[in-house]
Design a protein around this ligand. Structure first.
Ligand SMILES: [Zn+2]
Ligand SMILES: [Zn+2]
Length: 347
């Protein structure tokens, strides 16, 4: 086993602190990755604080990982030492259920193995990317194209695929009107991706404070949802609404913005149930849906798409010692638009 540096949460409410953790020996199908950068996702904070259920502390979080292959197992064929690679929200799945066989391991019927806080094949609890190294099965390791800025590429592994997958599934493209609710880590990626796919993009944000950014990132229109006139003006407008906000919203008001056959898809996860009146769906044959990250094949497609279109998250690079401060800023939406930790500082 390899002992490596990491930052762990000792409990649900204490600050993260430097620790030493072990990584398993490199098995025949494993890849040892020297982590270069790790993104900070809001899910990291929800998980540590047990807002999504109880977990086992101490825990190392982080599921937006990029790094270089440092060692490969004897049967590894997909990656070689020195390759630029990435790891997202999952590190294994059953590979046998109908969803795994369809390449949608994120929906594994037996539960995929999350990058952190999940029970791994060997019974240990997986530890995430706020660390210098990680060992992952080669099938769950992605190729990061050379043209992508390495540090800024990290958030693609969660924020990128989480927004790319629903945009592809509901066919965002030329002639389609797409609304993005929220201009945070997920929202800013949804704007860039939907614009690159050729859709007409509208941002629905609480205020107009990030309007300049939104238009720079590729939005065609930008509206404030704190202005009630917005919901009147945009009634029956959109083919697809991607809701990236995890706070409760007035669902009926947003569904009313869908045109015929339109879908509103949630990628943010509010803790409270959302009240839904089916009559709102009858009008315009509307749909309300959810979507969770993406499969491995689609995640690779997203990375290649971003390389081809020159899409990269807007990031702020930080040292490990700044993580606790960064978490506070994530919670107050004070980041444009994703923190990335320099793994060289996990000393
Ligand atoms: Zn995430
Ligand atoms: Zn499965």
């Amino acid at each position: 086993m390899l002992t490596v540096n990491a930052y762990a949460a000792p409990s649900s409410d204490a600050p993260l602190e430097p620790v030493r953790i072990t990584r398993r020996d490199v098995g025949p199908k494993d890849v040892l990755i020297e982590i270069k950068y790790a993104g900070i996702c809001h899910s990291d904070i929800h998980t540590v604080r047990e807002e999504w259920g109880p977990i086992k502390h101490p825990l190392v979080v982080g599921h937006e990982i990029v790094g270089l292959v440092a060692e490969v197992g004897s049967e590894v064929t997909k990656h070689a030492v020195g390759d630029r690679v990435g790891v997202g929200c999952m590190v294994n799945s059953c590979r046998e259920c109908e969803n795994c066989l369809a390449g949608e391991e994120q929906y594994c019927l037996n539960g995929n193995v999350g990058t952190y806080g999940s029970v791994d094949r060997d019974g240990t609890i997986t530890q995430g990317g706020y660390s210098t190294h990680v060992v992952v099965d080669e099938d769950f390791v992605l190729r990061v194209p050379e043209s992508l800025d390495f540090a800024a590429a990290a958030p693609l592994l969660c924020a990128g695929i989480t927004t790319y997958s629903p945009l592809r599934h509901w066919e965002a493209g030329p002639g389609k009107r797409v609304a993005v609710v929220g201009m945070g880590g997920l929202g800013h990626m949804a704007v860039k991706l939907a614009h690159a796919m050729g859709a007409e993009v509208t941002v629905l944000s609480r205020s107009l404070s990030k309007k300049d950014d939104g238009l720079r990132l590729g939005a065609d229109h930008y509206f404030a949802t704190e202005d009630a006139k917005t919901f009147e003006e945009l009634k029956n407008s959109f083919d697809l609404i991607v809701n990236t906000v995890s706070a409760p919203i007035d669902l009926a008001a947003y569904l009313g913005l869908l045109r015929r056959n339109g879908t509103m898809v949630n990628v943010g996860a509010p803790a409270e149930p959302l009240p839904l009146t089916v009559f709102t769906l009858f009008r315009n044959r509307r749909s309300f849906a959810g979507s969770s990250i993406g499969g491995i094949r689609e995640t690779q497609e997203m990375l290649d798409f971003c390389a081809e279109h020159g899409i990269i998250p807007d990031t702020e690079l930080i040292d490990a010692s700044y993580i606790n401060e960064a978490w506070k800023r994530v919670l107050s939406s004070d980041v444009r638009y994703r923190f990335v930790i320099d793994a060289a500082t996990f000393a």
